[in-house]
Design a protein around this ligand. Structure first.
Ligand SMILES: [Zn+2]
Length: 444
């Protein structure tokens, strides 16, 4: 999941990691996870090369083909390949990102880049988001290879940089590259979220960000004068209207009528007004301009066009001397005008295969959801390739981007089994001809 906020790193953290005695688990599977977690790939200075070397060493031990691609210098993307018996069938792509969000180490009970295991819980930044998934892919392949499984379809595994800062130098470039076209990808698996109960969570779409700035203008005036149409008053009317819309959407979630990802979320992120003075603000002047910024997230099942009309007519109407602009606006539609989502009904054979495979591994899953924030999966969906967000973490507090991020080791190990089941199902899924497969894909 993305975050653009960078927290401060503290110098004593360096000292802490250097003096730390690292204890590795006895189980080699857990050891490898710990080793990956110990590589500090946090922004703003992720150690991508060390992570790349580690992934490449794992690929070698698994006899997987590998290549390193730098769409942007010093931001390596590692692409691994397990060739299928029928290379003409669309392939399977297992995607994960190697970067993690920053930490405030003094707020952690365990050092964030050690992978310490305490009470069966593995503590580290990235233990949930999403170094777990990247290595679970590889461990499941290790087990499948040991059992002499041979995939019918080619399996690719990608380790991608920069997801946490928007993915523009990572998944965006990858999904729009010739390399990707040549891979003929039929289905992508990418990250999901932990689930506090026993059911896994599956995501078929995600909300699209619209970062809105509204501006009010009005005649400036003496701070003592009462008059209509000041910039402050115009802006505050809008803020109140937006606040009511926000409350109505939130009420739907609170009443259990909609999931978080199914409503439009609006949160005010800045307010800017006032005339600066050397000591703060001029106190006897009503300013001629005022602004507010909002982070809006729109699910692809919402009517984005009507929301934009609402913004123009109610949130920033010209009748109140207001204007607006989008700092970022992502469409919920692809270039063919279709909502950017992956079918999760009978029309998508991959969805049924995934559910069957999870069942077979004796795990449950909840009803399909829309991811509340953004992930790299959107770049693949934009290309028309079905992508499912799934991180096998049940019975787990959602701690991504939080202090003391951890994953229970049993849950981690169970996830490997689940991916074995999924890969067996996906990689064995036949299709009569490539044409049939493309026809299926076009319908999705
Ligand atoms: Zn993530």
């Amino acid at each position: 999941m993305s975050s653009t906020s960078f927290l401060h790193l503290f110098p004593f953290f360096l000292l802490l990691t250097l003096t730390l005695t690292l204890t590795l688990a006895d189980d080699p599977i857990l050891q490898r996870f710990q080793q990956y977690l110990q590589i500090d790939t946090s922004h703003p200075t992720p150690n991508y090369h060390q992570a790349a070397d580690f992934i490449l060493s794992q690929a070698k031990s698994l006899s997987l083909q590998s290549r390193t691609i730098e769409f942007v210098k010093n931001k390596p993307l590692i692409l691994l390949k397990w060739p299928g018996k029928n290379p003409n069938l669309p392939s399977i792509l297992l995607n994960s990102h190697t970067d993690v969000v920053p930490v405030e180490p003094h707020k952690w009970s365990h050092p964030p880049f050690a992978g310490e295991i305490s009470d069966g819980n593995i503590f580290a930044r990235g233990s949930q988001d999403m170094k777990c998934v990247g290595l679970q892919y590889l461990e499941s392949i290790r087990n499948l290879k040991a059992s002499n499984f041979e995939p019918l379809r080619t399996i690719y595994i990608s380790f991608i940089p920069d997801e946490e800062i928007g993915g523009h130098d990572g998944a965006d470039r990858f999904a729009n590259s010739e390399v990707f076209d040549e891979m003929n990808v039929g289905i992508v698996l990418d990250e999901g979220l932990a689930s506090p109960d026993e059911s896994y969570r599956l995501f078929y779409a995600e909300r699209c960000p619209m970062w809105l700035v509204i501006k009010a203008a009005g005649a400036p005036g003496h701070g003592a004068k009462l008059y209509d149409n000041t910039a402050m008053e115009n802006l505050l009317k809008s803020v109140e209207i937006v606040r009511r819309f926000r409350a109505a959407q939130f009420d739907l979630v609170k009443a259990g009528l909609k999931e978080e990802g199914e409503v439009v979320s609006v949160n005010m992120v800045f307010l800017k007004a006032g005339t600066p003075s050397p000591t703060g603000f001029v106190m006897n002047l009503q300013p001629s301009e005022a602004q507010a910024g909002f982070d809006i997230r729109v699910p692809p099942i919402a009517d984005q066009a009507s929301l934009e009309r609402r913004i123009a007519e109610e949130w920033a109407p010209a009748s109140r001397n207001m204007t607006f602009e989008f700092k970022q606006k992502m469409s919920v539609y692809d270039k063919n005008g279709r909502p950017i989502l992956t079918a999760h009904d009978g029309s998508n054979p991959w969805w049924a295969l995934l559910e069957g495979a999870i069942h077979k591994a004796n795990r449950k899953f909840g009803k399909p959801e829309i991811f509340p924030a953004s992930t790299d999966a959107r770049y693949f969906r934009l290309r028309g390739v079905p992508a499912i967000g799934f991180s096998p973490m049940a019975n787990t507090h959602i701690l991504l981007h939080d202090h003391n991020e951890f994953l229970n080791k049993e849950e981690y190990l169970k996830g490997i089994e689940v991916y074995e089941s999924i890969l067996e199902a996906f990689a064995s899924f036949p299709a009569e001809t490539k044409k049939d497969e493309e026809a299926i894909r076009d319908e999705l």
